[in-house]
Design a protein around this ligand. Sequence first.
Ligand code: DC
Length: 223
Amino acid sequence: MIYSVALDGPGGAGKSTIAKKVAALKGILYVDTGAMYRAVALYMLENGVDINDEKSVCAALENVQVDLAYQDGAQRVLLCGEDVSDTIRRSRVSMAASVTSAYKCVRAFLLDAQRDVAARQSVVMDGRDIGTVVLPSAQVKIFLTADSRVRARRRYKELTEKGVQTDFDSVLADIEKRDWQDIHRRQSPLKQAQDAVLVDTSEMDFDRAVRAVLSVIESKLGE
Ligand code: DC
């Protein structure tokens, strides 16, 4: 049976690392839809398109191609054929993605591709609107969250371990600004689907969070 797990929640809640692990344990595909929004934003930044001008962003989409590829089980994102999986993680791209993902044309542009992957195979799809808009009939819907200070602490640790110079307050401010933008936009705002199970990872370590998500999946699928 093909099934979908919709995993939504704010940035920094641990969705991608947890989703990757869960997908590997269940032997199904992990799809990171945030990476697709980031690739669109990167295109705009690299091509001098004013990201605050919705009309220009929509017009530029005509030249954008975003594809997902899988190498040794890891998702790679291709922008017009070029692997941009690392570049899209920069904080300038995060902020730009939060702006351009609010545009209806950008959401419509990526929607079919997201639905197509899930129609072909079982997936854990992570994003903001997977349970509410992209896959409203997903067999399993989970809303994964954590307190913003906890999310900022994790992000800060991750960045400093990578050698990125930053300070905690600006990481927290970035997270809160992105939350605000994602929750308050008109198109597909970040919100928990009515039938989603809430998993709050504020007090959980990684292994416990993975177990919590697995147990929701198994109980929903009747395993
Ligand atoms: O999950 P992320 O941080 O990689 O997402 C980057 C941006 O894309 C974020 O601001 C929210 C947006 N996004 C979205 O609007 N819908 C999705 N399904 C996934 C991400």
